[in-house]
Design a protein around this ligand. Structure first.
Ligand code: ADP
Length: 170
């Protein structure tokens, strides 16, 4: 196995939008691995609030100046993308109980598809344990503040979206 500080790790997700729980995992992953590629999944089944371009651009803005962190969009299998970018490790964040079953299933399937790639889990920091993009979207759509839970530019963008949705419904 390559030395960790020279290894590339892939951190995949939908990031719709990126929040501080994600940012925390990106920073901690970067402390362990030399290069962290944040992979924005574009072929996800769920309908997203933000387009793939916007999700990538919000992440690029939030990680600007982070050495060793890149943001790339991908579609298709996560393990295929990991192989393409030379990542032998997939990093996933784990919140309370809600992520465990799903992530266990995904890790087992990915191992079967690509035995050379390891999935590594990082436990959420307690302050982000209940944070999810779904919750962020819901709160901001109803006019609630998500300040301190998402990067500032994401907060501004969410406020803009909520304002224009309210104008349309008037
Ligand atoms: P969300 O579940 O917030 O919509 P994604 O599907 O984009 O986020 O998740 C991408 C990755 O980030 C997954 O590995 C997920 O478990 C992890 N993650 C999401 N929220 C948190 C959090 N609050 N703390 C730690 N990891 C998280």
């Amino acid at each position: 196995m390559a030395r960790l500080d020279r290894a590339t790790a892939l951190y995949p997700g939908s990031f719709d939008p990126v929040h501080n729980g994600h940012m925390d995992i990106i920073l901690r992953a970067r402390r362990v691995f030399g290069r962290v590629v944040v992979g924005v999944a574009t072929n996800i089944e769920k309908r997203t609030m933000f387009s793939a371009e916007e999700r990538v651009s919000m992440l690029r803005g939030a990680t600007a100046g982070y050495r060793g962190v890149e943001v790339q969009a991908f579609d298709g299998l996560t393990v295929d993308f990991a192989r393409r970018i030379g990542a032998r490790v997939i990093v996933k964040g784990l919140r309370a109980m809600m992520d465990f079953e799903f992530e266990l299933k995904m890790a087992a399937m990915n191992k079967r598809l690509e035995p050379d790639i390891e999935t590594v889990f990082m436990m959420t920091s307690p302050e982000y344990a209940y944070l999810s993009s779904t919750l962020i979207r819901e709160v901001s759509q109803f006019g609630g503040s998500v300040a301190g839970l998402v990067p500032p530019a994401v907060e501004r963008r969410l406020r803009q979206v909520a304002r224009s949705a309210r104008k349309v419904s008037r």
